[in-house]
Ligand binder design. Sequence first.
Ligand code: URA
Ligand code: CA
Length: 442
Amino acid sequence: MFFVPEIIEKKKRGLKLSKEEIEFIVNGYVDGSIPDYQVSALLMAIYFKGMDEEETTNLTMAMAHSGEMVDLSAIKGIKVDKHSTGGIADTTTLVLLPLASSVGVKVAKMSGRGLGHTGGTVDKLESIPGFRCELDGKDFIDAANSIGAAITGQSKNLVPADKMLYALRDVTATVDSIPLIASSIMSKKIAGGADKIILDVKFGSGAFMKNYDDALKLGSLMVKIGGLAGRETVAYITDMDQPLGLAIGNSIEVIEAAETLKGRGNEDLLSLCLEFASEMMVLAEIESDKEKAIERLKASIDAGEALKKFKEIIANQGGNPEVLEDYSLLPKAKYELEVVAPTDGFVKQIDAIRLGITSMKIGAGRQKKDDVIDPAVGIWIYKKVGDKVTKGEAFAKILANDEEKLHWAAEESKAAFEFSREPIARRKVIWAKITKDGVHEL
Ligand code: URA
Ligand code: CA
């Protein structure tokens, strides 16, 4: 059999690990027969020497098979999942679920809670009174077949190898390795059962990947892994140097999703949702022409069908669909405070991560796993990079349940915005699309 120090030695010298060696390590780590210190050393060797596409795919598959492999075959049609590497004011999934299913894409979404600046999609939806995300397997499949969309929390037994490896990477300074990130993300997508995968790889100050070139490398590698694993994958490289939409919170992101489905949302958020939803239509073989797909999606919004679908999804999971018409039915914060521009000019820069951390600290997100989210609190921004402001005009609004936090968050938000006297160009949202045929810069 295998001897762990030899596997570490091999990687230390930059040699390629075999499928069997990788499986031996992953299985041994999960079953407790290989200790943390040996896996730590191997992770550090991988950090310095890297892994090629085949090794990374073998690691991905060994991790995916370490727990439950979800079977979505009882849902009719081609199932396409969308995953984001995470950003600020990223309400995309809340919009995409009803939008794509309103034109016939079957969406069976599993979403984690996890840590972050705001809750995950599940937490955001649970700000709707009555909404339940704990669907059992049969209800989940039935809902996806009948309504066209369903969302549930992630199974506890999904990719235990990733939970263990991620925790170890976190304390051994080996998180920022592209093959380790790629295998971590793709193992969860593959175990989640989707036939095809759309990845939103964000880059910029508010993202996990700080620069475009690293995001491109990560996206390209994940597209290769998806292909080698028989799950066609398309990756987008998108901007996260400023918040995507306007809402950073939980109930306010439900409001922003509703506004977007009513055709009056933020144009950056809408453009990304239209791109992903049309790509889902193409991948699910519902529409072969991308332009036509976008036309059909816009028509669905104009006709109110996408909004109606959102109501159906909410009602089907026990929530009150009236919240989409009457926002006062959502949890509301006790205090509100507007933040006003100190000068005439244009928004030059928005420190997305600072806004994200601020919203988390006033209760919109989790710093520790067992923190409880306050669905009512958060930050609305009214302006994005390139927008004009006049002195005294509000550019953000803080929602808080604690007066001290309210004022602190207003100061932080003020500091997160930088203004210029001169006009500033708007930022591009979608920078590149990566398919099996390569990178297409946009
Ligand atoms: N997100 C993940 O799921 N895994 C990583 O390793 C990094 C970001
Ligand atoms: Ca705008």
